[in-house]
Design a protein around this ligand. Sequence first.
Ligand SMILES: C[S@@+](CC[C@H](N)C(=O)[O-])C[C@H]1O[C@@H](n2cnc3c(N)ncnc32)[C@H](O)[C@@H]1O
Length: 416
Amino acid sequence: MAAQTYSGDMLQQQPEHRGHHASHGTVSLKASISAKPGTIRNVGVVKGDGELSYAKNSSSQAVAVQELISYIEDAVDITRLPNSAGPVVVADLGCASGSNTLKNIDIIVNRLKKRYLQSSCRQPDVSVYFNDLPSNDFNGLFQLVAEDTLTGYSSNTDAPAKYFPAGVPGSFYSRLFPESFVHVFFSSHCLHWLSKVPDAVMDRNSPAFNSNSCWIQDASEEVIAAYKDQSDKDLTDFLRCRAEELQSGGLLFLLFFARQTSHEILNNSLFGDFWRLLDLTLESLVSERILTEEQRSSFNIPTFARSMEEISEVIERFKSQFVVQKLEMLPIYHFADYFGRRCNNEEPKILAKKVLLMIRTTKEPLIEAHFGPALNKIFWERCTELLLSSDLVGKVYARVRKPEPLHQVLIALVRK
Ligand SMILES: C[S@@+](CC[C@H](N)C(=O)[O-])C[C@H]1O[C@@H](n2cnc3c(N)ncnc32)[C@H](O)[C@@H]1O
């Protein structure tokens, strides 16, 4: 599809939240804070650095950002920065934990520093705020960040800290920072996560009650409309909050999964195949009475890939606050690149399991929160069995060789 660019001025056994576990295999059976099914509290990624962790299964996301470095640098270049006094404030929204987080921030900080070096201005300190939901593995992240920045351990050296890190737990669909505080907001692979499963989709008396699938694949028009409404409201809330928090001239740089066309609700991609596998797994567990029908039909995944039109419509409402510096749908080959090129010699079944690990690392927190730890384990065992005995193995093999892009939208907005 033709890229659009505007440049210029411009989660049963216990439906409860589980305690932290640093790596898989040490699942805590202690249910702590009770979490309502479908709420944001259940969203997240697998913590720690174990085999199932996001840190170990997010290389394809890293490839995507690395491929877009020039876009990020160009956007940083047009950000209005303080002359020298006061810190430059950077915030990573939905930072997760792992090397991706550090790499993303390094791109921005290095570019900022380069700009000051090229000018006659003294380098200001840089403050980096790492935001994610309170359930995020902030401990793991801070360990990595401390090692990387030497901040706090460098009192005997004259070397300036790369940046001063801090954590901001909370939802980016609400205010996170004081007014006019931030110079650069960055967020990658996050905004397709909604603030919650739409209420109507969880309501048995609503025509939008989603009994057939765990997402919008094979769902009714009403279900899709409810997801669209939620997505519109969430993006609006997100932009309203950022408009309040950004300094004038400050940058909002976003990258998230989107739909290539408006009429296609589910891209014809590998992900669609895997959503169906999740449904097949649920169905199989219901047919064996391991899960009840009610447990199954109340499980929904709160993500939505917006179309360019849907995104533009929301941004248009903020035209008095933001100048659109970039709004572009990008066919990103990171998935194909990563799995196709780097896993090229893998056996088809091993390759399919690797893709499932990548899907699992962002879906397990939802499944575990909704069905409980014991059923979560059973779910993934069954899912793996079904995957390996299905024609999906061959499809995965073929798809990563095609190669086929996933569409993401890249947005750079500058605060007026
Ligand atoms: C797939 S990870 C992306 C991590 C990283 N930015 C990257 O590009 O690899 C998505 C992250 O968004 C976070 N997230 C989802 N909804 C959020 C919200 N409303 N507020 C803050 N973080 C959120 C999740 O907890 C998760 O850590």
